[in-house]
Design a protein around this ligand. Structure first.
Ligand code: TTP
Ligand code: MG
Length: 591
């Protein structure tokens, strides 16, 4: 993206407050006024602000939490379904409110929105002589939809918090400022809508790129917003404010600089390994090495960073990329809305042996049923075409995508070494097969379909992966629906084109002008499954390599903050990077 153009962008970042606790509160509003903690394993993964007021913290041990606040209501949050569903609902709400189609989720509780086009449009509507009586148009087709606002003032806190009285803004900065004034009002409006219509409060950052918008939000938490405004310091350099804003941050807090990269940079700046704190923290460091320390370190620049960060896992140009981040530059686009996930998967981890075949089959049935339920949630939509089929619930839904492939992966636990120590982390192995057609049948219950799926597909796949007759020592089983074929719609996000649907639409439109025989109306094209040239037999199974399959990175996979997963070296589960320290602590406790 061109530099000048990237300065013009207005990106809004949402982080829902106490997300899991808010989901539980919305299900049971009586909990809003009591201290509420959400438990996973032995840890409080989050708690509401009433609990925080009484001394509870995120990632506290349950035992500690009970001591600090015995009256706290503790709700088990290990089943992620309700959080995932709420997250999707909020995401849909936000993405439908904007125009660009660029709305990107990070984990369950963060969303970036690219609002540049809405700001451009509304800048054009301003009456510069009467900014305080402006109207923000939210729908180009209907100028009455929107909200009144005062464009002569920014809404909410800003960085810098107050304008320097002696600084005179350049014309370019004046223009930029106005864009962010509008951005701040749009953010207020969206926050307000999210709260009044969905019941969730959020913390929001408004800035010119994803990096800064995410960090800006942290400045005023919770239920608040922060806008990064020009002036960006004297000398007319539009990025000076940004640098000042970033300079105080610990480098480990910069999105894009993960724990390992941060440790390498810290070691270079300190001239020794940096110690980091232990326990349930966000991979915290004991030693603050700030962006300023790194930027101002003698000889520091893209080349030096390349040298520091070279090694396994690094990529070409990593130094330049990290240097840009340290200077507040991030040209990454906000990703486009995806109508369907690229894959759906369900998995479970096991601490114990699965001894008998019946146990294995039971797990495959459970996972298969969860997968089918998930497919129903994510891949079915109400069929608004009608068609005179009657009231039957199942017939009013249609598949918007068909996964063509079913994949079963397992992770055998490595044998202990001769000294009793644990061998190197094991890898996933997997097999894939065409997805059987019957799973798309909406007249059977997911449980019935899953029995068949287990019997006819998953068990044979499992047999091919594992030749042992009993006592499988697996740390994980994952079933996935992949290789999505979109059935399409007329939305701008949709990739494919659904010819059948187009015709049904046409039928709908033309129906008043045509005489049809009643029987034609029951022409149920909805059950059509896309052609599969591949044979459906299990012989068509393709064995995949036994190399490690990357951790699922799809937004609807089991993993919450999926983009930043790390492997726990003890149980080998994929854990969100931010929760890894807490997770290790859990193992410490169970030993
Ligand atoms: P956060 O955004 O870190 O926390 P939060 O939204 O609960 O609170 P805040 O108001 O401070 O933003 O994480 C989002 C959700 O992720 C959180 O509600 C619970 C879940 N989570 C875990 O499952 N494991 C973890 O270790 C952490 C930290 C969070
Ligand atoms: Mg949050």
């Amino acid at each position: 993206m061109h530099r000048a153009c990237s300065l013009q962008r207005v990106i809004i970042h949402f982080d829902y407050d106490c997300f899991y606790a808010s989901v539980v509160e919305n299900e049971n509003p009586a909990l809003k006024s009591v201290p509420l903690a959400i438990q996973q394993k032995q840890i409080v993964v989050t708690c509401n602000y009433e609990a925080r007021r009484r001394g509870l913290r995120k990632l506290q041990l349950i035992t500690e939490a009970r001591k600090v606040c015995p009256e706290a209501v503790i709700v088990l949050g290990e089943d992620l379904t309700r959080f995932r569903d709420a997250s999707k609902d909020l995401y849909n709400f936000l993405q439908q409110s904007i125009w660009s189609g660029r709305a990107e989720r990070l984990g369950f509780d963060e969303v970036w929105l690219d609002c540049t086009d809405m700001i451009d449009y509304n800048i054009g509507l301003l009456n510069l002589n009467d900014l305080s009586h402006s109207f923000f148009c939210m729908n180009k087709d209907d100028p009455t939809i929107g909200f009144a606002y005062d464009a002569s003032n920014v809404y909410g806190p800003t960085y810098p918090s107050s304008p320097c009285p002696t600084t005179v803004l350049s014309e370019q900065d004046e223009e930029l400022r106005l864009r962010f004034v509008l951005g701040s009002h749009l953010a207020r409006h969206l926050r307000h809508e999210l709260e009044s219509q969905k019941g969730y409060t959020s913390t929001v950052g408004i800035a010119m790129n994803k990096l800064l918008a995410k960090l800006a939000g942290n400045v005023n938490k919770p239920k608040n917003q922060t806008t990064i405004l020009p002036p960006r310091e004297p000398l007319g350099d539009p990025e000076r404010t940004v640098i000042r804003f970033l300079d105080d941050h610990d480098i480990g807090k910069i999105p894009g600089i993960g724990f390992k990269l941060a440790q390498k940079i810290r070691a270079h700046v300190l001239g020794r390994e940096a110690a980091f704190s232990e326990g349930p923290t966000y991979a915290g460091t004991k030693e603050l090495v700030t962006v300023f320390d790194v930027r101002s370190y003698p000889g520091m620049g893209p080349k030096r960073l390349d040298e520091i960060l070279a090694g396994p896992g690094s990529f070409k140009g990593i130094g330049g990329k990290i240097w840009d981040l340290l200077n507040g530059m991030d040209d990454a686009e906000v990703a486009k809305v995806r109508r369907v996930p690229s894959q759906i998967s369900q998995e479970d981890s096991y601490m114990k042996y699965l001894h008998t075949f019946e146990e294995v089959k039971k797990q495959l049935h459970i996972l298969g049923e969860r997968l089918i339920r998930r497919m129903h949630m994510d891949l079915l939509e109400d069929d608004d075409d009608g068609g005179g089929i009657g009231d039957c619930e199942t017939l009013r839904r249609r598949w918007i995508a068909h996964p063509r492939t079913l994949r079963l992966s397992t992770r055998p636990r490595p044998l202990s070494g001769p000294d009793g120590g644990r061998a190197r982390a094991s890898q996933r192995i997997s097999r894939s097969a065409p997805m059987p057609n019957f799973v798309f049948n909406l007249n059977e219950t997911p449980s019935t379909l899953a029995l068949r799926l287990a019997d006819e597909a998953l068990v044979p796949m499992f047999r091919k992966l594992h030749h042992e007759q009993a006592s499988w020592n697996l740390s994980l089983i994952n079933v996935a629906a992949t290789n999505m074929a979109e059935t399409a719609a007329e939305t701008k996000e949709s990739k494919g084109r659904d010819i059948g649907r187009m015709f049904r639409r046409q039928d709908e439109i033309l129906k008043d002008f045509r005489v049809t025989a009643p029987s034609e109306e029951v022409n149920d094209t909805r059950s059509a499954i896309p052609d599969r040239s591949a044979a459906q037999s299990l012989d068509a199974m393709m064995a995949e390599s036994t190399s490690d399959i990357p951790v699922e990175d799809d937004w609807d996979s089991e993993d919450g903050k999926s983009q930043q997963l790390e492997r726990c070296e003890i149980c080998e589960n994929a854990i969100p990077a931010f929760a890894l320290a807490a997770h290790r602590r859990y193992h410490d406790l169970s030993n």
